[in-house]
Design a protein around this ligand. Structure first.
Ligand code: CP
Ligand code: NVA
Length: 307
């Protein structure tokens, strides 16, 4: 319906504008906006969250609106009420819905049956709102986006899929450096590659992280085992030997590389303590920017989607 943010692609036209709005909002954290007056954001979390949940809640409050957090096990959803009916009912109470779901299919069902915008607050396919904070942080530090080289090392997951779209939109060259059988979604990779061509950017999948680091401006990693995959932990982690971001692995990156991680991190697994706590790590600036970018996204929705 064009009202929802289920994928990075749903922000394609205005992606950098939303980032620039966030950079502005960061300068005046406590300013209220009449557009948010009396507006309510409802959030449904099927999986745990610290950053997304708190940043969205504080964002809506600081803008001058209201927010409520819903846990499916406390809702009739947990007793078998359908997503379709839940969507219709919630739409009659609130103005925006953010949803963290196990299955992308359920995300789409909620969006199709809601009359208000639905924001994907992470599912098994994408994590679009994370991207705004990531690329805002890169823009703050590097002063530009287009033409940079980003190397993602680790598991090809929801974050990797969204990074591919975001790099394609922004004209950033990206290598997804993953173990052989743990690459990003192949369909998303093909689509993002096609989009990147228009921006003269190149997206690549590779399995040779130390080499891939050559000239990297940004090094990004995420957990090897995502939420909902815990039962695969033992079987999966052994494929990731050689994919830890540590001093040795990043030897060929640029001296002024930035290290990013969407967090939560597992120090000693996907990243060494030395790197995540080192001078080139911007992970806490990145986390703080979740707040400013959630505000920018909400304001952009309130202004542009007839809410
Ligand atoms: N990065 C991120 O989405 O963190 P949370 O799971 O804490 O929301
Ligand atoms: N890939 C991770 C991201 C957490 C913010 C997960 O889905 O668990």
């Amino acid at each position: 319906m064009g009202k929802d943010i289920l994928s990075v692609r749903d922000m394609q036209q205005d992606f950098e504008k939303i980032i620039d709005l966030a950079i502005d909002l960061k300068k005046e954290r406590y300013r209220r906006y009449p557009e948010a007056d009396n507006k309510t954001l409802a959030m449904i979390f099927e999986k745990p969250s610290t950053r997304t949940r708190v940043s969205f809640q504080v964002a809506m409050d600081q803008l001058g609106g209201h927010s409520i957090v819903l846990n499916p096990s406390d809702m009739q959803l947990g007793r078998g009420e359908t997503i379709e009916d839940t969507a219709r009912v919630l739409s009659s109470f609130v103005d925006v819905i953010a949803y963290r779901a196990f299955k992308h299919h359920n995300m789409v069902t909620l969006a199709r049956n809601s009359t208000v915008p639905v924001i994907n607050a992470l599912d098994d396919i994408e994590h679009p709102v994370q991207m705004l904070a990531d690329f805002m942080t890169i823009k703050e530090v590097k002063g530009k986006l287009s033409g940079l080289k980003l190397v993602y090392v680790g598991d090809g997951n929801n974050v990797t899929n969204s990074l591919l779209y975001a790099c394609a939109i922004l004209g950033i060259n990206m290598i997804a450096s993953t173990p052989q059988d743990f690459g990003p979604d192949p369909t998303i990779f093909m689509m993002a590659k096609e989009m990147a061509r228009e921006k003269n950017a190149v997206l690549t999948i590779s399995h040779d992280p130390a080499n891939d680091m050559n000239g990297a401006d940004v090094i990004y990693t995420d957990v090897w085992v995502s939420m909902g995959e815990e039962d695969r932990k033992e079987r999966k982690e052994r494929y990731f030997e050689g994919f830890q971001v540590n001093r040795q692995l990043i030897a060929r990156a640029r001296k002024d590389y930035m290290f990013l991680h969407c967090l939560p991190a597992h120090r000693g697994l996907e990243v060494s303590e030395e790197i995540i706590d080192g001078p080139n790590s911007y992970v806490f600036q990145q986390a703080e920017n979740r707040l400013h970018t959630e505000k920018a996204l909400l304001l952009w929705l309130l202004r542009n989607k007839n809410i």
